[in-house]
Design a protein around this ligand. Structure first.
Ligand code: PMP
Length: 460
């Protein structure tokens, strides 16, 4: 039975939530006058709240996670079957789903070789940084320890992951940060630092080289980049950018770490975002879509070359990777991930993402034709951003209250969309869409219609 078929009273749940749950990115004072939203149930692309209201979810669980949609019984069955057989054993030993998912994953990632399990995107990135730091110590006497990150990229919520994040507002009040992380400029062509030019991608990449030269190439061990910047405004890379970045990394012997926490597992129409751009990474991290939120799992994946730095004589107790993730040994994660991957393959979801993504972006361009407030439309696959501006010539971002009002209006129409958050970056003016990979034109039309209505109402 779903909420549409019966009406339970969830008022006690709402009161318990109001009294005791601390929600993320939320001003709780407002819950003194407004009920907190409590989601009770999900099926396909829809969720129901505790008051029985149905929503079409255009952001896959709010933070681009539920790639294969809600209510997947085969994932629940796979997890249950695994849990009654073996729920947990520390990752110093293997498990059936752990071994099998690693093999399936590596099959989708030519050039990559090893999978290290943990539980969140932040954690996966922290493991990657520890790998880089340990290589720096063991191979370069500690010198090549710096890690570059990009303005507007996000890499996680723990203090070190935040240290590698290029979003000032998100970092405010949480310092001091972990040393050894150095920022490089963003690559958002719409907000070009060089004015209009034909070779923006090359210029943006060369800006990274400038930082490397300034820091000293022998001090830089790695660079971490999102293939498409997500929370920083859905920034698709400019032409020529990735080829040049790869070339620069090679030139200075710098490891290329791609953060696929959002783009991974089909979001952009390929298994991984980096696979659109011919990138050959040394380290790839992933989380959200790995098991679509049916279990907590993240992976830090490396090449065999990176792994080999840690494979030494058994008597050497210092040169193996001395990291541990207790819950990286939970078997529910890889069991769910295996079934999640099987669904993506069996239902041809990568192909659906490519077709539906092309449709969605066309529909969003129609909004741009119709509404002056739409300054830019960007995206790849089912991962799109609509940047709102006061004036198309000056590109002045709209005030955050406008973006928030549009999100709220869509919500009242029963469509959940996302937006870059005012507590993350100075650019809090981008609407974000990342519907489940299963979506059809019917749902996309409903999402675009809601945004269209909201823009008409709020901006006219
Ligand atoms: N990297 C990116 C690109 C992300 O978008 C996020 C989360 N939004 C993270 C890392 C951190 O993941 P988690 O919240 O699972 O720690």
């Amino acid at each position: 039975m779903t909420l549409t078929e019966h009406t339970n009273d969830f008022s006690e749940v709402i009161e318990n939530d109001r009294a005791h749950v601390w929600h993320h990115i939320s001003q709780h004072k407002r819950y003194e006058t407004v009920d907190p939203m409590v989601i009770i149930e999900g099926k396909g692309m829809n969720v129901w709240d505790a008051k029985g209201k149905k929503y079409l979810d255009a952001v896959s669980g709010g933070v681009w996670t539920v790639n294969v949609g809600y209510g997947r019984e085969t994932i629940a069955d796979a997890v249950r079957e695994q849990l009654v057989k073996l729920n947990y054993f520390a990752n110093s030993a293997g498990s059936i789903p752990g071994a099998n998912f690693a093999k399936s994953l590596i099959d989708k990632m030519p050039g990559m070789s090893r999978v290290y399990y943990s539980n969140s995107g932040s954690e996966a990135n922290e493991k990657a940084y520890k790998i880089v730091r340990q290589i720096a110590h063991n191979k370069y006497g500690g010198k090549k320890h710096k890690i570059l990150y990009r303005d507007r990229d996000y890499h996680g919520t723990t203090i070190t992951a935040l240290s590698s994040t290029g979003q000032l507002q998100r970092k405010a009040q949480y310092g001091p940060f972990t040393p050894g992380f150095v920022e490089v400029p963003h690559c958002c062509e719409y907000r070009s630092q060089y004015g209009e030019c034909d070779d923006y991608g090359i210029k943006a990449a060369l800006a990274i080289e400038e930082v490397i030269l300034c820091e000293g190439p022998d001090t830089v061990g790695a660079i971490v980049l999102e293939p498409i910047t997500a929370g920083g405004g859905v920034i698709t890379p400019p032409e020529g950018y990735w080829e040049k970045v790869q070339e620069i990394c090679k030139k200075y012997d710098i490891l290329l770490h791609i953060d696929e926490v959002v783009c991974g597992l089909g979001r952009t129409g390929k298994w991984f975002g980096y696979q659109h751009y011919g990138i050959k990474p040394d380290i790839v991290t992933m989380a959200k879509g790995v098991a679509s939120g049916y279990a907590a799992i993240s992976c830090t994946v490396t090449t065999e070359e990176v792994f080999n730095h840690f494979k030494n004589d058994p008597s050497d107790s210092m040169s193996y990777f001395r990291d541990i993730s207790t819950f990286g040994g939970c078997t529910a994660g890889p069991a769910a991930a295996l079934e999640n991957m099987r669904i993506i393959e069996e239902e041809n979801l990568l192909e659906n993402v490519t077709r539906m993504g092309a449709y969605l972006i066309d529909r969003l361009y129609e909004l741009k034709d119709k509404h002056q407030i739409v300054g830019d439309v960007r995206g790849k696959g089912l991962f799109c951003g609509v940047e709102l501006v006061v004036d198309r010539d000056t590109k002045e971002p709209v005030h955050e209250s406008i973006t928030q009002a549009i999100v709220a209006d869509c919500m009242s129409q029963g469509v959940i969309i996302g937006a870059t958050n005012r507590s993350f970056t100075e650019f809090n003016n981008t609407l974000c869409l990342s519907p489940a990979l299963i979506c059809s034109k019917v749902e996309l039309d409903e999402i675009v219609a809601a945004i269209d209505n909201a823009l008409t109402k709020i901006c006219s």
